[in-house]
Design a protein around this ligand. Structure first.
Ligand code: RBV
Length: 425
């Protein structure tokens, strides 16, 4: 481990050159964020602001971090999951002077130690994925909130929790729900999760997807993306749900729908994407076929009850990277990927750069908005804010432009037609 107090703690600083090449690869596929870097690098709107982040340390996150730094921010970072840090990227960031505490395979105590080190900086802004940093500030260092002007949250699970906290009047500063921007959830959660989850399953197993029964638990945006991509590879997709409208959508979009109780007996590969705890538990594992593969792509590792699986098992071993075999008392084998942690980041590299480009453009703009409001003297409430919808169109339009695509625009007559309530047949 390479450690320098107040500067970094990463696995191995000598991985920095390899990490730098990964970051450059991501930069070449994140044109929207790179444009924001170019646009604001001279004015340095974040000069004098300390931004503390807790988000997967990937090559894409590195592009976000270095964009914030290029625009004047003093940044301190930790990873938001013990298994999602890319050690090469972490080393590259440390070597280029970013304060970073993150390594792959840390335990829970180390996880919070890293977050605490970033809070030591007394930040002005917090940037979360899963709300662990914000909750740590609120629960253990509430005095630090006095100098925090605002924060942002990247993912569905985090936003749900923060909205609950705000409804209870317990939030100490305003937070932008980056997840809820259309150019985030309608792309990252669907196409990002869809591809990266299958990527994780393939890297951990290398099995043929075609002809398999893939059980997707949860048909929200993430589950829908996973189902779509599994089907694209030739799987028979079975969806389990608790929400009637979501189940209906799943069936009308060509999937089968059944209870987990029934799906457990026929599934070959199980992927949870619900944000809920104990979706697959002992009684389900007990019914599974020999060789069943089970993983989770939700933010927290609560969706698979591995304690109950361990109780049913007589033996367990790691059979390949991110793939643990459990031999049950009934003699059948079940394979759990990435210890039930989000398989797309633990076993693969997270979402592709192209999709993180828009998610992180929203993150950048959320922080810029907070700083600008602060400098204008606008008092934001300690609640969860949505980003303005115009921003979605702006980000999408730059994305299209960088893809070399043009779209039509309405004529004046069409605009008039759209708002003419007297028009009819
Ligand atoms: N996510 N980040 C990456 N490549 O950096 N991949 C996925 C990456 C984020 C994504 O935005 C999602 O909301 C969150 O991880 C779940 O923790």
């Amino acid at each position: 481990m390479d450690y320098k107090q107040g500067a970094y703690k990463v696995r191995d600083l000598s991985l920095a050159d390899a990490g730098r090449m990964r970051i450059e690869w991501a930069e070449s596929r994140m044109p929207v964020l790179m444009r924001l870097r170019d646009k604001y690098a001279a004015a340095k709107p974040f000069k004098g602001y300390k931004i503390t982040g807790c988000l997967h340390v990937t090559k894409e996150t590195a592009v976000l971090i270095e964009t914030l730094a290029a625009c004047g921010a003093e940044v301190a970072w930790s990873g938001c999951n013990p298994l999602s840090t890319n050690d090469e990227v972490a080393a590259a960031l440390a070597k280029s002077g970013i304060e970073i505490y993150a390594w792959h395979g840390m335990n829970t105590e180390e996880f919070y130690w890293c977050i605490d080190r970033t809070i030591d900086k007394t930040p002005h802004l917090t940037l979360d994925d899963g709300a662990d940093l914000i909750f740590t500030v609120h629960n253990r260092f509430p005095e630090k909130a006095d100098t925090i002007i605002g924060g942002s949250e990247e993912t569905t699970t985090g936003v749900h929790r923060l909205r609950a906290m705000a409804a209870d009047g317990k939030m100490l500063y305003p937070v932008y729900a980056v997840n809820d921007a259309e150019t985030k959830w309608d792309f990252d959660n669907v196409y990002g999760t869809g591809q990266s989850t299958l990527d994780g399953v393939l890297r951990a197993t290398s099995v043929l997807i075609a002809g398999k029964n893939v059980v997707v638990a949860g048909y929200g945006h993430c589950g829908r993306g996973v189902a779509m991509r599994a089907k694209g590879l030739g799987a028979n997709v079975i969806v389990t749900e608790v929400k009637p409208t979501a189940a209906l959508k799943a069936i009308l979009e060509g999937n089968s729908v059944m209870t987990m109780e029934d799906a457990a007996k026929v599934g070959d590969i199980f992927i949870t994407a619900t944000g809920m705890s104990d979706v697959v538990r002992g009684r389900h594992f007990a019914k599974m076929k020999d060789g069943a593969i089970v993983c989770n792509t939700g933010h927290y590792d609560v969706e698979l009850n591995l304690k109950e699986l361990a109780e049913l098992s007589k033996d367990t071993r790691v059979i390949r990277a991110n793939n643990r075999e459990y031999t049950l008392e009934n003699g059948r084998r079940v394979y759990v990927l990435a210890d039930g942690r989000l398989v797309n980041l633990a076993a693969a590299e997270g979402h592709p750069s192209e999709v993180m480009d828009m998610s992180f453009a929203n993150q950048f703009m959320a922080h810029l908005t907070l700083v600008q409001a602060h400098e204008r003297g606008d008092a934001l409430q300690p609640i969860v804010y949505d980003l303005p919808q115009e921003l979605d169109q702006e980000i999408a339009s730059v994305k299209l432009e960088t893809m070399g695509l043009s779209i039509d625009s309405l004529t004046e007559e069409q605009v008039a037609y759209a708002t003419d309530y007297a028009a009819g047949t």
